[in-house]
Write a protein that binds this ligand. Sequence first.
Ligand code: ADP
Ligand code: MG
Length: 224
Amino acid sequence: MNQPVVRLRNLRRSFEQGGVRIDVLRGVNLDIRPGEIVALLGPSGSGKSTMLQAVGLLEGGFEGMIEIAGTDAAKLNGDARTVLRRDHLGFVYQFHHLLPDFNATENVILPQLVSGKAEREARERATELLTALGLGHRLDHRPSQLSGGEQQRVAVARALANRPALVLADEPTGNLDEATADRVLDEFLKLVRGEGSAALVATHNERLAVRMDRVMRLNEGVLV
Ligand code: ADP
Ligand code: MG
């Protein structure tokens, strides 16, 4: 059971901008093995977010093969895609996107309930993750009562709640000051490693990228 968690073959994506066609992804190939943490490095506008949207099965319009946990996404209908996403993927974005009226624990419980987990079990898992991220004293706080770094830690806990095979992180510390970004990224990597999840982490920051297992650079629409 050592099949890749992701296989991309000849992934392509173009956009029309003011009547002009721009080829953002021009044949991306990538395999990520279980537990492997891969940095997706590239300057702003190089297509990192576009690539994560493809792997996250969030957008159509792609050509090429996207395989998640051995399943070819092209062969699935919308509902089956949603289940595949829910069962195998976790997401962290630059902005936390936490629900403002729910406290930290509830934000981490919610995706587990959606996946059919019992409330008690979901609460235990939320407490475990938040405590591992140093938020044991913030369990009942709402997002507005938390610092930026704390909010992003809650978002990390939420992404890992359903034990995803792969975490997709798009500039996960891009909204934090440098010292906080360093700390949150360290905790993120430690937790992901401890959980045995794989991760694909988009960043334009070389300094952060080199802390991952492998660095892939998006250049002219292909990975090098
Ligand atoms: P990055 O995340 O590396 O900064 P993006 O993937 O966001 O890059 O964008 C790559 C290129 O694709 C940019 O030129 C951007 O303008 C273009 N692009 C992204 N999404 C769209 C869209 N929905 N419509 C048109 N152009 C888009
Ligand atoms: Mg981006």
